[in-house]
Ligand binder design. Structure first.
Ligand code: NAD
Ligand code: ZN
Length: 390
């Protein structure tokens, strides 16, 4: 089959590789019909996530049709049309039973789990196409993909909804939603969202649905800010405006009630090849971008909440902890517990509350992946979201 593989920093190729096979009784094989490139994939493309190996198949946002099933899968049939959450979860451990599926204890048997544990204390769940630290699973930017724990990892979708309408249930729609939920929004709140990428776009729309009166989107891509404005957000271009002053002024000096960091490791393009360099970047050496999380902590109103869907990979020093403590802030974060949100968000899509396909800017074939990665990184105005059809 053909698959998009990582060969090194800024080196993504479409290669012929062996088809995946059933390895465990709870596996399924999916023929992929649609797959997207995520902002998280850009962290891999930029070489910011450790323990990628040349030849790893990328992709964690995908859907398709079940073409093979292990003997232990009970609730799927060949031919079922499914969306697959990017977090791999057994469905049975302590964490899965609490619907904290991105913290599953049984889905990260990685050879490099020691790196994960050294960095994080405990290992999080495995992810598709996201390094050997997170399970070393082949991703879904391919014609076929193996889905472990398929009975929890495959979410059946109704025939009347198109791929474009349901594909983002795999990651960024639940991620934007959980970001807004984690922000603990109360009716009438003003919510600031840093990053008007796909995650930010869904966080903005979710914030309104959860009761925000005002949402302020911060980015420097006019096209993405325009899309945020279409959803009703006020916008700040951080290249033209002093973000901190603008946020203070527009909230009568209080600051936004809730702040969402939908950017993460924003220093795309830095040469970061090892942990030491990443640690330097974390304290601001070599980056000329304002640091989003620090801005969020300082801008937020006293007693407010910071929600951080944005992904960070290593150390992040120089956080204004004094402000954090003395302002009595709350910080909530995490990889998204996707499984928990798929059914309620499917109902939102069916009811027309959320139209996920508004963010799609390009539909390409799998063979166009190398250019698509480059464009999604460098022409973010035009390339809001790329969907590929293998
Ligand atoms: P993206 O790269 O498409 O969008 C990021 C946006 O942030 C861009 O539009 C960029 O212009 C903007 N930005 C950069 N620096 C900024 C700054 N200083 N201030 C304001 N905006 C700035 O990525 P995405 O797909 O929207 O994902 C956003 C983040 O969410 C990434 O870190 C990604 O890894 C993360 N993510 C997390 C989860 C999760 O489970 N927690 C899931 C998916 C994605
Ligand atoms: Zn993603």
């Amino acid at each position: 089959m053909r698959a998009v593989r990582w060969h090194g920093k800024k080196d993504v190729r479409v290669d012929n590789v062996p088809d995946p096979e059933i390895v465990n009784p709870r596996d399924a094989i999916i023929r992929v019909t649609s797959t997207a490139i995520c902002g998280s994939d850009l962290h891999l493309y930029d070489g910011m996530i450790p323990s990628m190996q040349a030849g790893d198949i990328l992709g964690h946002e995908f859907m398709g049709e079940v073409v093979a099933l292990g003997k232990g899968v009970t609730n799927l049939r060949i031919g079922d049309r499914v969306v697959v959450p990017f977090t791999i979860a057994c469905g049975q451990c302590f964490f899965c039973e609490k619907t904290l599926t991105s913290l599953c204890d049984n889905s990260n048997p990685a050879d490099n789990q020691d790196i994960a544990e050294a960095m994080m204390g405990h290992s999080p769940s495995g992810l598709f196409g996201y390094s050997h630290m997170l399970g070393g699973y082949a991703g879904g930017q391919a014609e076929l993909v193996r889905v472990p724990f398929a009975d929890t990892g495959c979410f059946k979708v109704p025939a009347h909804l198109t791929d474009d309408q349901v594909l983002f249930l795999s990651d960024i729609l639940p991620t934007g939603w959980m970001a807004a939920e984690n922000a603990e929004i109360e009716k009438g709140d003003t919510v600031a969202v840093w990053g008007a990428g796909p995650v930010g776009q869904f966080a903005i729309r979710s914030a309104f649905l959860l009761g925000a009166e005002r949402v302020i989107a911060i980015d420097h891509r006019p096209g993405r800010l325009a899309l945020a404005a279409e959803a009703g957000a006020e916008t700040i271009d951080f290249e033209d405006v002093d973000v901190m002053a603008a946020l203070a002024e527009t909230t009568g000096g209080n600051g936004p009630d809730r702040c969402i960091d939908a950017v993460g490791m924003e220093a795309h393009g830095l040469a970061i090849d090892n942990i030491q360099d990443r640690a330097k970047q974390a304290i601001g050496i070599g980056t000329d971008r304002p640091h989003v999380l620090r801005q969020a902590i300082v801008a937020c109103r006293k007693g407010g909440t910071i929600s951080m869907p944005g992904v960070y990979g290593g150390l992040l020093d120089n956080l204004p902890m004094g402000a954090f403590v003395n302002k009595g802030l709350t910080l909530k974060t995490g990889q998204t517990h996707v499984h928990r949100y798929m059914q309620p968000l499917l109902e939102r899509i069916e009811a027309g509350d959320i139209k996920p396909d508004v963010i799609i800017s390009h539909r390409l074939s799998l063979s166009e992946a190398p250019g698509a990665y480059d464009d999604f990184l460098n022409k973010q105005d035009e390339f809001t979201k790329v969907v590929m059809q293998p």
